[in-house]
Every structure is written in structure tokens, then in C-alpha cells.
Design a binder for this molecule. Structure first.
Ligand SMILES: Nc1ncnc2c1ncn2[C@@H]1O[C@H](COP(=O)(O)OP(=O)(O)OP(=O)(O)O)[C@@H](O)[C@H]1O
Length: 589
């Protein structure tokens, strides 16, 4: 580990990374005190450096020592830098750690861990720091973490399935768009914070997260989607000795800070909360967010480190809360599990001090059962104690301070990692100086700009393609219209031709008709004339004339002969004459 000194951007303090003093401190559990910012501050307390003093009337003053005290004006960033940042480096180096927030209801535990978009807490800052320090992670995981801590390599289908788990949660989050907005607001706030850039990276680097709550002494997976009306399944604890795990707990593979943050928010929406007389949004459960980092050169040779952020439910005096029904049951479950925690820590402390040698009652509560390793000092644990300095909370605050003083005495083994030869645990970190931060921000901005340009380029390409298609379609449309026009014109022309031909024919027929009518009239005239002549001659020579039938025969013979002659002249068209046509006009059928 680099021996360099770090400087937080918002304070003039320097934090030693691995100086001998910090190593000395790490032998005991780190216990921090955060005093809630509120209007009324009791005169019963005074603070001097890392000592908090309670002035009890009629009694001597009680002093409580802490690793560090964060006064009311301390910022979220200050607290993150002073408590967790170094743990995150150790986490990247392969070490496990647990941070617990402890305090009475409404004292600011959730605010310290989660915070708000404008004042992000320790977890969002840790997510941001972690992903900023790591290289870009692969789209798909190569290995999977089983709940019992085993690691198995994944085939292509399984990789896709794991990736889809995260996608389905993010899809569900679309109804909660404010979280995406909250994250970008937070990103802006956090963008000026220093990040560590690690030197040597392993081919396998994966981040997995899980979130669960212990509510009324039952464990529930908060990342397990449940349909409306369905009960969230209760999970069981497995494992042997002090190595405990939660059976069937979901671990989600996340690739970016945004993904991790969204998954966290998705789970927090499922957390049991209720309004109490002390806190409008009181957490009624212990809630644990876990991040696991898998690193290795190949699937058979990986190391997993784990970091827990544990937001404990607030202790509450039943007399003060006036709780009843469900709230009362929750309160007594919370208080009894915190009581077991206190007893366990006291016994661990006493056995470490050789005062007694009894086995702490870890199995009496789910919380202590799961965190047995950390509570016995075998893993790194640190405690954030939150207090509300108002006078009306004095009794609760006094209890909290007594617990913290015991916890502060617990020793932790800072054991080196066993068999941890998979990668270099003493990586070099480059703590980003102000210049480097600016450099990195510029690099990120350039990268972002490059990505935006690429997207714009693709957009333009697509736009051009669409324009081309539209042009093609309109050209084809035009061609089709022209073709239809041409065909219509040809049809009209042909039609006109036929009509013209027919009109000519009609004209011819009309003429022929007229001619025939003329012939008919002439014949009638002739007939009449012959009739007149024949009647005249019969009058004159009645005897010498043959009978009427002969004369009829003569005239009809004459008519037929003449008609045949004329029809022979017009034989081709006479067939079509309509002799019944009243006005003598010929019409088309
Ligand atoms: N340091 C602080 N600065 C500003 N607001 C704070 C601070 N600490 C807590 N608060 C506010 O006080 C209220 C209660 O805080 P929070 O919910 O974090 O308490 P809690 O200890 O988690 O309570 P519970 O155990 O009931 O869940 C919240 O509205 C929170 O925003």
C-alpha cells in the first residue's frame, strides 16, 4: 500500500493511509460518533476532540471516547472520506469489512448511510468511488457467486441469465424515474471528489450486490420481485460455525455506478418503513447492502472480497413511542435483537479481556448470527453511532453511548489474507490530486463528447438512410403514377379509336338507311303510279286486261327486283339496318 498522505478536498485535515498510528487504531473496533444537526442542543453534553462528555446532574461527568466525532456541521463528504474511503481501498485489495450504524430512532442512521440526492450518504459515495476506481467492467459476468460463497464459472446461457436479472430490475425501475434523476444530481455533487486509480487489474473483475432486511426476526430478499398480493419469501440461514450465509439470497451483477445505485433504490422501495411518533419515515428493520468484488486471473482462481453496509433499526423506548399493534411488535423485535447485539459485543469484549470465557449468544438473533465473524473481531468492523442531541432524547442517547463505549473496546484481528496469491494485494494507488482530478474530469468530458459525437454520427447516418428510403419510395410512387397515366392514356386512345370507327360505321349506316328510305319512297311512288295507271287502263279495257292477281304479281316482282339490285350494291352493310328505328337513326347496341 502506498504510504502517501491523503487530503480531503473540503477540509484541511490530512488522513494517514498506513501510518503506524492508524494501524494501532485498527486493533480496536473503530467507533465514530455523529451528532445530528438539529435546532435544540442540550447543555448536558460537551465535546472535546474525540471525547464526548455527559454532565449528569448529581453525578460525576461521564466521558466517552470515539475514534472520531463528527459534529453537527460535518458534511456527508467529510464523513465518507474519514470513515469508509480507506476501507474501500482495502476492499479492492481483497479485504472484507462491515460498517454498522447504531442509534435510536430518528437519530440520522439512514441519512448517514443513504442520504438524499442533494446530500448523498456513505453508500452512494462508496458506489461512485468504487466504480470510478475500477476499470470498465465486462458486459457479462464470467463467474457467479453462490450464496454460500462458492464461485462457479458460467456458460453463455447462464451469463445472459445473470445479466437479465439486473436488466429486469432496471426495467422495473422505469416507473421510478426519479431515482435516475437523483443519481445524476448526485453524480454532479460527487464529480469533484477524488478517486483512486488502481494500477494492475486482473482479467476477471466483477461487482455483485445484494440487499436484504431482517424484519421481525425474519430475513427477506429486497431484490426479489414479488407480484402484488404475494408475500415476500422468508429466507433461511445456512453455514457452519461462524461462517454464515443466507440461502437463496439474490446477488445481482452490476456494471456501473448507476446500475448499482438503481438496484439499491429498487430494494429500498421494498424496505419495511412506517411512521412513528419519533420518525415520519422510520425504518422498521435492519437493512444490509452488500457489495462483493470478484477478482482473478481465470475462473478457477478468483478471490472474493465483501463489504457490508448495515443500517440497523433504531432502538426506541416503548414508553416514548406510544406504539401499539404492528409497531409495538416491531419495536420489541428491534429492541430484543439490539439487546442480543449488545450482549454479544459485551461478552466478546470480556472474553478478549480475559474477564470471562462464555460463548456469546450469537444464535439468539438473526443479526448476530449473520455477523458473528465481524462481531468476534475476525473481520474488520466499524461502527457509526448516531445521536440526537436534544434533551428529550437524553435517556436513549445515554444508552447508545454506553453501548458504544463497550464496542470501542472490542479487538479486531487484522489478519493478512490467507492464500491470497491470485493478485497483488498491495497495489499502488494513485490518489488523484486536484490536478489529476481536473485531468480526469477533462478526460471524461472528452470521452463523453466522443461518445456523443459517435451517437450523433450514427444518428445522421440513420437520418440519411431514412431520407434515401423516402426518396426511393416517392420515386417509385411517381413511376407507378406515370405508368398508370400511360396505361390510362393508351386505353382512352384505343377506346376513342373504336368509338370513332363505330361512329363512321353509324354514319355509313345512316346514309344507307336514307338511301333505302329514298328507294322505298320512290318504289311507293312508282307503285302508286302503276296503280293509278292500271286502274285507268282497267277502266278503259276491262275485258282485255288480266285479273288483279296478275297485276299484283307484276308490281311485286318489280319491287323485289329493284330492291335486290340496290341491296346487291350495299350487300355488306344492309344486314345491320334497323328498319324499326322510328327516327331513322342508327344507334350502337
Ligand atoms: N445530519 C443531518 N442533517 C440533516 N438532516 C438530518 C441529519 N440526520 C438526520 N436528518 C433527518 O432526520 C430525519 C430522521 O433521520 P433518519 O431517518 O436518518 O433517522 P434513523 O436514525 O434512520 O431513524 P429510524 O431508526 O427510525 O429509521 C430525516 O428526515 C433525516 O433527513
Amino acid at each position: 500500500m502506498d504510504d502517501s498522505y491523503l487530503r480531503s478536498r473540503d477540509s484541511s485535515e490530512y488522513y494517514s493511509m498506513s501510518s503506524s498510528s492508524s494501524e494501532k487504531e485498527e486493533k480496536h473496533v473503530n467507533v465514530y460518533l455523529r451528532i445530528k444537526a438539529c435546532v435544540e442542543i442540550s447543555r448536558l453534553y460537551t465535546i472535546s476532540d474525540a471525547t464526548f462528555t455527559c454532565h449528569l446532574s448529581g453525578h460525576h461527568d461521564e466521558n466517552y471516547k470515539f475514534t472520531k466525532i463528527f459534529k453537527q456541521e460535518s458534511t456527508q463528504q467529510h464523513i465518507f472520506v474519514a470513515t469508509v474511503k480507506e476501507k474501500l481501498r482495502r476492499f479492492i485489495d481483497g479485504k472484507n469489512s462491515t460498517l454498522m450504524t447504531y442509534g435510536c430512532s430518528g437519530s440520522g442512521k439512514t441519512f448517514t448511510l443513504i442520504g438524499t440526492p442533494d446530500e448523498p450518504g456513505i453508500i452512494p459515495r462508496s458506489i461512485k468511488y468504487l466504480f470510478a476506481s475500477l476499470p470498465t467492467l465486462e458486459n457479462y459476468p464470467q463467474v457467479k457467486l453462490l450464496a454460500n460463497g462458492q464461485v462457479v464459472s458460467l456458460n453463455e446461457d447462464q451469463k445472459l441469465k445473470e445479466k437479465l436479472l439486473c436488466s429486469s430490475i432496471l426495467k422495473d425501475m422505469h416507473g421510478l424515474k426519479h431515482h435516475v434523476k437523483a443519481f445524476s444530481t448526485m453524480q454532479e455533487r460527487l464529480s469533484i471528489e477524488p478517486v483512486a486509480v488502481i494500477d494492475n487489474i486482473t482479467p476477471i473483475m466483477e461487482i455483485w450486490v445484494s440487499l436484504y432486511e431482517i424484519y421481525n426476526e425474519q430475513i427477506f430478499d429486497l431484490l426479489q420481485p414479488v407480484t402484488r398480493g404475494q408475500c415476500r419469501p422468508k429466507l433461511k440461514i445456512g453455514g457452519i460455525h461462524d461462517n454464515m450465509y443466507i440461502k437463496d439470497l439474490r446477488h445481482i451483477y452490476v456494471r456501473s455506478g448507476l446500475e448499482a445505485y438503481q438496484v439499491l433504490q429498487y430494494g429500498l422501495e421494498n424496505r419495511s418503513k412506517a411512521s412513528t411518533s419519533i420518525n415520519l419515515h422510520s425504518s422498521r428493520s435492519h437493512c444490509i447492502f452488500n457489495i462483493k468484488l470478484v477478482q482473478g486471473h481465470n475462473c478457477d482462481n478468483v478471490h472474493v472480497s465483501s463489504i457490508n453496509f448495515c443500517d440497523l433499526a433504531g432502538s426506541e423506548r416503548l414508553k416514548n413511542t406510544l406504539n401499539n399493534g404492528d409497531r409495538l411488535k416491531e419495536s420489541s423485535c428491534i429492541n430484543s435483537s439490539l439487546l442480543v447485539l449488545r450482549r454479544c459485543i459485551t461478552m466478546v469484549r470480556n472474553s478478549q479481556n480475559k474477564k470471562e470465557n462464555t460463548i456469546p449468544p450469537f444464535r439468539e438473533s438473526k443479526l448476530t448470527q449473520l455477523f458473528q465473524m465481524a462481531l468476534t473481531g475476525k473481520e474488520d468492523i466499524h461502527l457509526m453511532v448516531n445521536i440526537n442531541p436534544s434533551t428529550h432524547m437524553f435517556t436513549e442517547t445515554h444508552h447508545t453511548l454506553n453501548f458504544s463505549s463497550v464496542a470501542k473496546e472490542v479487538l479486531i484481528d487484522d489478519l493478512p489474507l490467507e492464500g491470497s496469491t491470485h493478485f497483488d494485494h498491495n497495489r499502488n494507488y494513485h490518489e488523484a490530486s486536484e490536478d489529476k482530478i481536473i485531468e480526469e474530469l477533462i478526460a471524461r468530458r472528452d470521452e463523453f463528447r466522443e461518445r456523443t459525437e459517435k451517437v450523433e454520427e450514427e444518428n445522421n447516418k440513420i437520418r440519411d438512410e431514412i431520407a434515401e428510403l423516402v426518396l426511393k419510395i416517392s420515386e417509385e410512387k411517381l413511376q407507378t403514377e406515370q405508368y398508370i397515366d400511360e396505361q390510362r392514356n393508351i386505353f382512352i386512345k384505343e377506346n376513342n379509336k373504336i368509338i370513332h370507327g363505330m361512329n363512321d360505321e353509324i354514319e355509313k349506316l345512316k346514309k344507307r338507311n336514307e338511301e333505302l328510305l329514298k328507294i322505298k319512297r320512290e318504289l311507293q311512288k312508282k307503285t302508286e303510279y302503276i296503280c293509278i295507271i292500271s286502274s285507268d287502263s282497267s277502266d278503259d279495257t276491262d275485258e282485255g286486261v288480266e285479273d288483279e292477281g296478275d297485276s299484283d304479281d307484276y308490281s311485286s316482282n318489280y319491287e323485289v327486283l329493284d330492291y335486290e339490285e340496290s341491296s346487291a350494291n350495299h350487300s355488306d352493310s344492309s344486314d345491320h339496318i334497323d328498319h324499326n328505328d322510328n327516327d331513322g337513326q342508327t344507334k350502337l347496341p
